[in-house]
Design a protein around this ligand. Structure first.
Ligand code: AMO
Length: 412
């Protein structure tokens, strides 16, 4: 049996008889010959057939094709397969909801999402998911290089971590439980074990808003590190993580941003002054304006906003020791959108006892970490779908999420 060759490697086999396998991406007739474009994990291969187009297998048929490789500068990858024997491995039961071979996705977002298992085969939609995968690989590589250990923490938990409002409740063997809104408590506890940890995993938010930047489940790229001076050490690690992600997508994404050696940072109060607002949080419009300002003033597509008011940050946030009412918490804006939240945390047991409102019982497991000694620490979380959307220019994060979960969508 001849072993399978990837479409991207065809040119290396010019003159040889080889076998490729994949899906029929497109059948087409040109002058006197028919072409079968076969799609595999590496790309597209052109097969030249003698038969008329109508007898060739239809789009999305799974095929194995054996033929002789012939150099042709016009073919994808500079080579094509001639004299093919086509073996059908699986016939589709249905036609795809739209032509997967069109250069631009010829369907609305709801159509794409309703047919995600097949729609995601479109090269553009697939490319976004590959960018997302490469970003995660870059994140891991950067943090591995900085002495971080990857952890995996429970997604079924006993208490809300971010706010009580948007938490999914579940029935856990007759007891109330929640889907984790973040790995916040566990990543902090694991600083007590490894000093530096990260996690890539799903988090759940019962988001009642139907926006282009919120999902009910998203992938959170979390990191947490001990022995920090304050939040600035966390921001420096985040810069390295983002830089690693950018390097990893070079060649895959079109508009790859520059990550400045030092990402510009402004204090929350300065951001308010610049935008002429005085709310305790930044609105999406302010975030957009500030991003444009950072490009204008600093030539940077990234901007840190530091020192958010304590009132708007979770209870585990460390206050700014020099500025009453403000925190050592920050956000990172990227291309007009909040991409990351992070900061320095409280680390003394008694500070937690004072910060937690209401009964301590749901927090008992978490509090153990602080009862047994924790160094000054901090961390951050980056929303993967927001990152990929901003990198690819997708207007809605659902376009770059394989099977998005939101207010209306639980399937496919
Ligand atoms: P926060 O709740 O701000 O912080 O979330 C961190 C980042 O996650 C992304 N994000 C979302 N993405 C898609 N859909 C959503 N519903 C959604 N909500 C948030 C954003 C956001 O910046 N524990 C803290 C992080 C930390 O301090 O370490 C937290 O979860 O990109």
């Amino acid at each position: 049996m001849i072993s399978r060759v990837m479409s991207a490697e065809l040119a290396e086999h010019a003159g040889q008889r080889v076998t490729i396998a994949g899906w029929v991406h497109r059948r087409r007739r040109l002058k006197s010959v028919s072409f079968l474009i076969v799609r595999d994990r590496s790309g597209l291969a052109q097969v030249v057939a003698a038969e008329p187009e109508s007898v060739l297998p239809v789009e999305e048929t799974v095929v194995r094709v054996t033929g002789v490789v012939s150099a042709n500068p016009q073919a994808p990858g500079g080579a094509e397969l001639v004299g093919p024997e086509i073996e059908v491995l699986a016939e589709p039961a249905k036609a795809p909801p739209f032509d997967l071979y069109r250069p631009v996705v010829p369907a609305s977002l709801p159509t794409v999402l309703d047919h995600a298992p097949v729609a995601l085969r479109h090269p553009l939609l697939k490319a976004a998911l590959r960018i997302s995968a490469a970003s995660v690989a870059g994140f891991r590589r950067a943090l591995d290089g900085l002495g971080f250990t990857e952890i995996h923490t429970p997604k079924i938990v006993a208490s809300a971590t971010e706010s009580g409002a948007n938490v999914f409740g579940i029935d856990y063997f007759g007891r109330p439980a929640f889907l984790a809104q973040s790995p916040q408590f566990y990543k902090q506890a694991m600083v007590g074990v490894f000093e530096r940890v990260y996690e890539v995993g799903p988090v759940f938010r019962a988001e009642p808003h139907d926006t282009v930047r919120h999902l009910a489940q998203y992938t959170s790229l979390d990191a947490e590190l001990g022995f920090v001076r304050d939040h600035r050490d966390v921001m420096a690690v985040l810069r390295e993580a983002v830089h690693g992600m950018v390097e990893s997508v070079r060649g895959l994404a079109v508009a790859v941003p520059e990550v400045p050696e030092e990402i510009p940072a402004i204090h929350f109060t300065e951001a308010q002054r610049l935008t002429g607002q005085d709310e305790p949080d930044l609105s999406p419009e302010q975030e957009r304006w500030l991003s444009e300002w950072a490009v204008r003033e600093h030539g940077s597509e990234f901007l840190f906003v530091t020192g958010y008011p304590m009132a708007k940050r979770p209870f585990y946030t460390h206050p700014d020791p020099d500025r009453e009412g403000y925190s050592n918490g920050f956000d990172l804006l990227f291309r007009g959108l909040e991409l990351v939240t992070g900061g320095q945390r409280l680390h003394r047991y008694e500070d937690y006892l004072a910060a937690i409102e209401g009964p301590l019982e749901p927090y008992e497991g978490y509090l153990q970490a602080f009862a047994y000694g924790m160094p000054p620490h901090g961390g951050f979380a980056l929303g993967l779908e927001r990152w990929t959307a901003r990198l690819t220019g997708a207007a809605n994060i659902r376009e770059v999420t394989a099977f998005p979960r939101d207010l209306h969508r639980l399937s496919p």
